[in-house]
Ligand binder design. Structure first.
Ligand code: C2E
Ligand code: MG
Ligand code: MG
Ligand code: MG
Length: 283
């Protein structure tokens, strides 16, 4: 009986696998078409100085809206873009688009503004990644000092030697590096110390926990302390309410990003949002 169940289980498994692969291939084609037909665009979510509540930068986030108006989440299509290799082209396009938007914002008077760009490990491992980055900076005229690349903590743990070398080369361009989703991986402190990084992004999961149990803030607190000890900037992501913002600030977290302050928005909306904010600040 156990045996037949096992078989049945196996049969079911392989059939659903087939469905999954077919679905993935379908989405791969759809994504490629969507990219060709300009269904993909970049939105920007402001990053805030918690003490002054003023914007200091934005994170570029990719969006896919199908012709019937539906949005497909990057959590679903980025893995497909990675799997198919399209992420190389797509990632370069995001990088250049975000650089161009930064240059436009500077022309509108936002000179210290930082632009954060997510980089997939597939892009990062590409032999020409550094050239792609330099070309994006050169062609757009975006100042490297105002550009930050976000890599995930899980990515930071693989192939330490390659990563350390790459980070060194990126640092030489003047671009800074943040570790995204920090706290969800398991990088050791000694290893972290060897990486030339500038910023830790506390994962949203730990920001959400902050207002929960008595120990809810312990991981966020630890990351903030760690940042201070290693001389790294810290930003909290996914801040949704005022209490979270206040606790983070009291724990010494300087920066935050989340729906409380602003949702990701188009380039032109960001331009308007920043100008309004500047007016409010002056008033
Ligand atoms: P991430 O880099 O950690 O980005 C933060 C995500 O949290 C974004 O989701 C953002 O919209 C969302 N978020 C921000 N504030 C809040 C909040 O207060 N509450 C909640 N519930 N969510 C908030 P999004 O845009 O759906 O992106 C999901 C992930 O997809 C990103 O996580 C990133 O890993 C990936 N991604 C997005 N754009 C790109 C891209 O251009 N390149 C690459 N390689 N990955 C990207
Ligand atoms: Mg990110
Ligand atoms: Mg994140
Ligand atoms: Mg994430």
């Amino acid at each position: 009986r156990a045996k037949s169940q096992q078989r049945a289980g196996h049969f079911y498994f392989s059939r659903s696998m087939g469905v999954e692969i077919r679905e993935r291939v379908r989405m791969m084609h759809a994504l490629r078409t969507a990219f060709g037909q300009n269904q993909l665009f970049v939105v920007y979510q402001p990053q805030i100085d918690l003490a002054t509540r003023r914007p200091v930068g934005a994170e570029a986030l990719l969006r896919w809206q199908t012709p019937d108006g539906k949005f497909i989440s990057p959590d679903r299509f980025i893995p497909i873009a990675e799997y198919s290799g399209l992420i190389i082209e797509l990632g370069e396009w995001v990088m250049r688009t975000a650089c161009r938007e930064l240059v436009d914002l500077r022309k509108a008077g936002h000179h210290d503004f930082m632009m954060s760009i997510n980089v997939s490990q597939v892009q990062f491992r590409h032999p020409h990644f550094l050239d792609i980055l330099k070309r994006a900076l050169d062609d757009t005229g975006a100042p490297p000092q105002n550009i930050e690349l976000e890599i995930t903590e899980s990515m930071a743990m693989e192939e330490p030697d390659l990563l350390i070398k790459m980070l060194g080369q990126i640092k030489q361009t003047g671009v800074s590096i943040a570790i995204d989703d920090f706290g969800t991986g398991f990088s050791s402190l000694s290893y972290l110390q060897r990486l030339q990084i500038d910023r830790l992004k506390i994962d949203r999961a730990f920001v959400t926990e902050i207002t929960g149990s008595a120990r809810g803030s312990s991981i966020a607190e630890m990351v903030i302390q760690l940042g201070r000890n290693l001389g790294l900037a810290v930003i909290a992501e996914g801040v949704e309410d005022e209490r979270q913002a206040q606790i983070l600030q009291s724990l010494g977290c300087p920066l935050a990003q989340g729906f409380l302050f602003a949702r990701p928005m188009t380039a032109s909306a960001l331009n308007g949002w920043l100008s309004n904010d500047a007016l409010e600040g002056a008033a």
